[in-house]
Design a protein around this ligand. Structure first.
Ligand code: ATP
Length: 455
């Protein structure tokens, strides 16, 4: 079975995971809307992440900072000056590309473009006569830097508006609140601040469905520590980040670490976790040692001291930051790709099934009356179960077709109501993966499912 992005996109559109943004207006490039099934999936992934990194991690605190921040934040962070990608336009077909991507694709990953200057990128492209991937011509504009931050304005009078930015990453909200969180929680270093929220990037080459979009959600986790412990914390963060993505269902064989060749001058280490998407090995998340860079810049630009005072030693210092950042949409795409399967059944038919971890699955259980005149009892069961879990209710079509529909959205359990149910209050529960069925009393369904969907 070949897993292609096309199959996954088609399933997502037809089953209500994801629709093209503004579709009735012919869409709006690289924006996507999550439908009724997709929003459950993404919310479950975000909840699992929050549970792991906030609820279950000692000394971790969640925040939800504003998207629009004082523009000085983005001067301090370096984004106003430096957040741009090297782009080249093909003069023949007018398509736009990232010069570093052109080099990486041409060299099949043997040349590390991230470490190259614009001059080196341009020299490589000219020497190797790298052609336009779209039209095949060699007819490039020079490299120009393409600004990645979206600008908007604040103010009511034309001509008197101030430029503000849509945040391109969520972590600055964590940095500027570092002392607020530390003081109000009386946290001692090392401690972490977590946040889930929207970010916006005017990407040069968005695409590949949810992989790279102009608006996306990030789940970010910053650990503030003493520099002498920072490399241990960095290694630990790598381990926890990998464990999390394995626990949400990504197979170890499809995951790998990729250490960065080029480090920022303030960093001691940086790596990505890559996932083997149908488009190849690509970044899923980043783990970066950021030294004291961010806090020192905010201290300088705001004029406010951001040092931590150690209550035992009375030492005052700027902590080192270890950053872990993962895209919720990109992880949702990876989970969809991993879960997708086509199985040949005994009768020769193919069933498409999404083998989600039950904790991540959009709906936990579907309630299916065998016949329409059983719907009153089935509605009672629905009312009982929907107090605890996201449930589906379906009484249309043959039972076989209804099972297939649930398989395609990855519902781990189907409960059928038949005439025996009316007599003895038992139901049949079917397991999505094994397709095995068993009889259970109605009052045992909740503990049965609750135990299977633990994360
Ligand atoms: P890339 O090299 O893929 O552009 P990046 O190194 O710029 O990513 P970071 O700034 O480290 O990414 O962002 C952290 C995470 O946020 C990424 O690992 C990814 O999961 C997610 N992410 C970044 N940009 C996008 C985007 N345009 N669309 C969807 N997710 C994104």
């Amino acid at each position: 079975m070949e897993k292609t992005m096309e199959k996954i996109v088609n399933l997502c559109k037809s089953r209500g995971f994801v629709y093209p943004g503004s579709e009735i207006y012919n869409g709006f490039a690289n924006t996507w809307d999550f439908g009724p099934v997709g929003v459950e999936l993404k919310n479950n992934i975000k909840r699992a992440w929050w549970k792991r990194f906030v609820q279950e991690s000692p000394n971790s605190y969640g925040i939800d900072a504003a998207i629009l921040m004082n523009p000085k934040v983005w001067e301090a962070s370096g984004h106003v000056q430096g957040f741009s990608d090297p782009k080249m336009d093909c003069k023949s077909c007018k398509q736009r590309f990232r010069a570093d991507n052109l080099v990486e694709e041409h060299s099949k990953g043997t040349v590390s473009a991230e470490a190259m200057t614009n001059e080196e990128l341009e020299n490589y492209i000219n020497e190797h006569k790298v052609k336009c991937p779209h039209c095949g011509n060699f007819n490039w504009t020079p490299i120009r830097q393409f600004k990645l931050m979206f600008e908007t304005s604040r103010g009511t009078v034309d001509g008197e508006k101030d430029v503000v930015y849509l945040r391109p990453e969520t972590c600055q909200g964590e940095y500027v609140n570092f002392l607020n969180v530390q003081r109000t929680t009386r946290a001692k270093i090392p401690f972490s601040i977590a946040q889930i929220g929207k970010s916006f990037r005017n990407e040069v080459t968005p695409g590949n469905f949810l992989f790279r979009t102009v608006e996306f959600e990030q789940m970010e986790y910053q650990t503030f520590c003493k520099d002498e412990n920072s490399l241990d914390i960095y290694e630990n963060t790598k381990k926890n980040a990998l464990q999390f993505v394995e626990d949400v269902g990504l197979k170890a064989e499809n995951l790998r670490f990729h250490d960065h060749d080029k480090l920022a001058f303030y960093a001691k280490a940086a790596c990505d976790i890559q996932y083997k998407f149908p488009i190849g090995w690509e970044e899923l998340n980043g783990i970066h040692h950021r030294g004291t860079w961010d806090l020192s810049r905010h201290q300088e630009f705001s004029g406010k001291p951001l040092q931590y005072l150690d209550p035992v030693t009375n030492e005052k210092y700027l902590p080192t930051v270890i950053e872990y950042s993962i895209g919720a949409d990109r992880l949702t795409l990876a989970v969809l790709c991993e879960a997708y399967d086509e199985e040949t059944l005994e009768n020769g038919e193919t069933r498409v099934v999404l083998h989600f971890h039950p904790a991540i699955a959009p709906y936990k259980v579907a309630i299916l009356p065998l016949q329409k005149n059983l719907s009153e009892k089935a509605r009672e069961v629905y009312a009982l179960l929907s107090k605890k879990f996201m449930c589906e209710y379906d009484e249309a079509g043959s039972i076989g077709k209804r099972y297939r529909r649930q398989d395609e959205i990855g519902t781990p359990f189907c409960v059928t109501i038949d005439f025996d149910t009316l007599q003895d209050d038992t139901i049949t529960i079917r397991d999505r993966d094994s397709m095995q069925q068993q009889r259970l009393p109605i009052n045992e369904i909740i503990p049965y499912i609750a135990q299977k969907i633990e994360f």
